[in-house]
Design a binder for this molecule. Structure first.
Ligand code: ADP
Length: 226
């Protein structure tokens, strides 16, 4: 039997706070095939970010296992997770985490430093994406000189220049206007279709469309529908 690309088995995550515990995810079982475009849908606080962070290896489950291809992410060493994050896995965070003292171009360039490409090679990757996202004339500016939507685009480009085969996008359209949201979704969809990237996109909205293979609904930490 072919094994799925991502497998979450009996995954629970409890955050232990000072005076109380929060069960963010309870007994989650999910299988995702390579190349799928999956929406993780649920209200704010449902557990979507927690699930993406667990799959990215940024946090560990309280119990259960998470496997991606042949790696048990939930048990992998931090070094191995770092390697996966700089090669295979691209995470688009809700907060953009752009470096304020660096230009837009430099913010994107940083993601490509580990690739070992020279300046010309890096430019060749960045320019077409900046063109596509309509920020080509913003590359010399500082992040604070951009609109929120433009900053989100820079954060997305910074993630996608590495050509990740697994994209974890946490509310990537949450702070942008409808037109920009459509652009972002269609770009992720083209990466999914043309490069067979697996995309997991968390949203509290109703994002549906032809591009989406599947919607996983989460409510109060429980997967409702797979
Ligand atoms: P969503 O992404 O669907 O909005 P989250 O995964 O961010 O949901 O949060 C799920 C629950 O876990 C919420 O009740 C949230 O307050 C809590 N939570 C998330 N991160 C932490 C954390 N680092 N420490 C404590 N509680 C957290």
């Amino acid at each position: 039997m072919n094994q799925s690309y991502i497998e979450c088995r009996s995954v629970s995550k409890t955050y232990f706070c000072k005076h109380h515990e929060i069960n963010a995810l309870t007994n989650v079982n999910i299988n995702i095939d390579k190349g799928q475009f999956v929406i993780i849908s649920g209200r704010s606080g449902a557990g979507k970010s927690t699930l993406l962070n667990l799959i990215g290896g940024l946090i560990r489950p309280t119990s259960g296992t998470i496997r991606i291809e042949n790696t048990i992410i939930s048990e992998a060493a931090n070094d191995d997770i770092s390697k996966l994050l700089s090669s295979r896995t691209g995470i688009i965070f809700q907060s953009f985490n752009l470096l304020p003292a660096y230009t837009v171009y430099e913010n994107i360039e940083i993601a490509l430093v580990p690739s070992g490409l020279n300046a010309a090679g890096i430019k060749k990757i960045i320019m077409p994406m900046a063109e596509q996202f309509g920020i080509i004339n913003k590359l010399d500016l500082l992040p604070e000189e951009l609109s929120v939507g433009q900053q989100q685009k820079v954060a997305i480009i910074r993630t996608l220049v590495k050509n990740p085969s697994l994209i974890l996008a946490d509310e990537p359209t949450g702070s942008v206007d409808e037109e920009t949201a459509t652009e972002i979704l269609s770009y992720l969809s083209s990466l999914n279709k043309e490069k067979q990237a697996t995309v997991l996109l968390a949203t509290h909205g109703l994002t549906t469309g032809k591009a989406v293979d599947r919607i996983i609904k989460i409510k109060d930490g429980y997967v409702e529908e797979v």
